[in-house]
Design a protein around this ligand. Structure first.
Ligand SMILES: Cc1ncc(COP(=O)(O)O)c(C=O)c1O
Length: 424
């Protein structure tokens, strides 16, 4: 019988139902004391800076941009490889996104690329700690300081990662985190804004608290949806539900990946649920999750080390590398393989579902203007796969994943290893 392993496995606190029932019994699904408690616990993790819970990570970002009061038309630098929603939110805040290339080895934007993308109109930069690996923050902070730029860290993938021993989210003027179902801290949606300056933090907090409370049905639906995702990605259920559909699609040469992601479009008007407050029940779940975060991270790091050993010697595969002084939390374990699509298809036929690119090469998106050849590093990363290593996988399942990837690559005709240069 084929084993089937989904590309994502959410982090779930074992007492989820109990937490929901207790909060519900007190009539505190929407409003209650857990929001403040969660914000305080989160603030403690990011060096005591103010933490403000929001409906999404992207909304946290929008409020931060508003709170800084940048001049309209000011330019804000993003990595060319990022989730399209972030530069689009900047556009909706009246700014012009400009893209800087990434290092194809670390997948992160570099200080030198930021410097090349700067103009006299540049007001801010958004280092994104992609896949859970911190950017080189000393270098980026130095460039930003030299040119008087505001630094807003995108930590959506990287809660728990460190650079020079300090957690991400503590290097810039502000930072955002995401609490979506598959992110390092799962609250079935939500985000956190972390802000250094007291007055800017006050403005973000005021904006977040002015939003209407979410309807009870919407919150219940969110929790239900999270439960469905949780179940649908469990290997014993995935095998009989999503997996056969995906398998049939590869036989018919269709990809259903596009249905997993939000349609790329102008966010004007913004969807209604962006402008809501974070709910108390999600805060209660997130608070419990925070207590488990380090153990989850440690297990995922263990899995990454094991995957490195299993794949490192396979010709043509390049496993993720971690530069000195950084810890990687492996939101995604992203590896270069030869003939990506052939490898994805061969793995799916063995029951292993690989993610390809869950962020975007933004310089190639029409949303941000005509395609440019401006980011060869970002484009190069389309030769990667994201291999499941999440903590709920057993050792045996991990070996199964590695075996499928290895065999898929070895079955290809000899290919040169993906050529990527070392970070400077
Ligand atoms: C790199 C990156 N930044 C920001 C976000 C936005 O987070 P949210 O979905 O909570 O708005 C995401 C979401 O996937 C992301 O991948």
């Amino acid at each position: 019988m084929v084993t089937a392993i989904s590309r994502y496995g959410p982090r779930v606190i074992p007492n989820t139902m109990q937490v929901i029932e207790e909060v519900d019994a007190r009539g505190q699904l929407i409003e209650g004391p857990h929001i403040e408690a969660f914000e305080a616990a989160f603030a403690e993790r990011v060096g005591g800076r103010r933490a403000i819970a929001t409906s999404y990570g992207r909304t946290a970002f929008f409020y931060i941009l508003e709170a800084f009061g940048f001049p309209p038309g000011g330019e804000i630098i993003f990595p060319a490889l990022t989730f399209w929603v972030m530069p689009e939110m900047a556009r909706q805040a009246g700014l012009t996104p400009v893209f800087a290339d990434v290092d194809p080895v670390t997948f992160n934007v570099t200080a030198s690329a930021i410097e090349r993308a700067m103009t006299p109109k540049t007001v801010a930069v958004v280092p994104t700690h992609l896949w859970g690996l911190p950017c080189d923050m000393n270098e980026i902070a130095a460039v930003a300081a030299r040119h008087g730029l505001v630094v807003i860290e995108d930590c959506a993938h990287a809660l728990g990662a460190t650079y020079d021993g300090s957690p991400v989210g503590t290097f810039g003027d502000a930072a955002i985190f995401s609490l979506q179902t598959f992110k390092p801290l799962n609250a079935y949606g939500g985000g956190v804004a972390v802000v250094r300056d007291h007055n800017v933090a006050q403005r973000v907090a005021a904006r977040a608290s002015q939003q209407p409370a979410p309807g009870i049905d919407r919150v219940k639906h969110r929790l239900w949806h999270g439960r469905v995702m949780r179940l649908a990605t469990r290997p014993d259920i995935f095998r009989w539900t999503l997996f056969p559909v995906m398998y049939a699609c590869t036989r018919l040469h269709w990809s259903i990946d596009m249905y997993f992601w939000e349609k790329i479009r102008p966010l004007n008007p913004m969807p209604e649920d962006y402008g809501e407050r974070f709910s108390n029940v999600q805060a209660a779940i997130a608070l419990e999750g925070l207590g488990k975060l380090d153990a989850w991270t440690a297990r995922r790091q263990l899995h990454a080390r094991r995957m490195n050993v299993l794949l490192d010697e396979v010709p043509g595969i390049r496993v993720p590398s971690v530069p000195p002084r950084r810890t990687h939390v492996y939101y995604q374990y992203c590896a270069y393989v030869p003939s990506r699509d052939a490898v994805v298809e061969a793995c799916l036929h063995r029951g292993i579902d690989l993610e390809t690119l869950h962020v975007d090469v933004c310089t190639d998106l029409e949303l941000f203007g005509p395609a440019r050849d401006a980011a060869p590093g970002a484009r190069h990363t389309t030769a990667t796969v994201q291999i499941p290593i999440y903590e709920s996988l057993s050792d045996e399942q991990l070996e199964c994943v590695a075996g499928a990837v290895r065999d898929a690559v070895l079955a290809l005709r000899p290919q040169p290893a993906a050529a990527v240069s070392e970070p400077s």
